[in-house]
Design a protein around this ligand. Sequence first.
Ligand code: MTE
Length: 309
Amino acid sequence: MARRWQNNLDHSLITPKSAFLNRRQIMAGMGALAAGGIAGPALAKLGAMPSDYSTDMEPNTLEDITTYNNFYEFGTGKADPANNAHTLTTEPWSIMIDGLVDNPGEYSMADIMEGVELEERIYRFRCVEAWAMVVPWAGFELADLLNKVGVKEEAKYVAFETLVRPEEMPGQRRAILEWPYREGLRMDEAMHPLTIMATGLYDEPIPNQNGAPIRLVVPWKYGFKSIKSIVKISLTAEEPPTSWNMANAREYGFYSNVNPNVNHPRWSQATHRTIGGGLFAKREPTLMFNGYENEVASLYEGMDLAKLY
Ligand code: MTE
């Protein structure tokens, strides 16, 4: 039996619907202006629509976002992905969706993108290493994809895997992690409207170093949950194994929600450094659930947050 998940978030709590519609109309008007040759903002390439879920914080520059990365398949240095990821072939691309779904199978990017309206989601992004950025993703809700393939009643978790292709991913020629990179979410986390599959950045196709052609983004969790270049999604009844937990269970748990009150065993999580702020920039306080507490705290009611690291 397929079960259709409902968003448990009241949109009107975030932005009144009228304001949202107005913004859409403004965007449409901007497009018309640009098409008519009147000076105005450049025409968006992906055409992602603004979203109520975006923060109004100033996004980091494209340069910051695409040159300071973690993507161990291309090396462990922050500049390695930008230097090495051009070797990755992202076309053709498909995702195997299997396990407890009504319509398992190999879905091409065209299948996945069919009927999808991209949204721009400007999200805070907080790495477990205590640095942060603000990123304007273009993407769509993971829930839309899961509802498209049909989630079976028994499915409780979603597991994700990254491509394994050592010929194109030099980091995979070494056992830095046990490949493929794996991540997972509980079903309600996967179905939450903040959880997106991103295919773009600054309204352009997402660069390889950021997880082309399609990656997960879960803004209230540490960045390592946001797995890149996904080729497999499995719906499971049991909590799936995840890369960082497999590598070091003492330091990384399954949930990994951003929590300034629970320190990493080797450093504090109370504050972070914002990338692009310069060497002497003041550290900023890290917020519970990375600032998304109102939206997601209810998912963890009755659970000991200190134990969910
Ligand atoms: N996904 C894969 N496949 N491999 C990785 O090494 N690193 C994770 C996450 N997703 C990683 C990954 C970590 S630790 C972080 S902080 C983010 O990607 C970084 O995303 P960004 O480089 O787009 O900022």
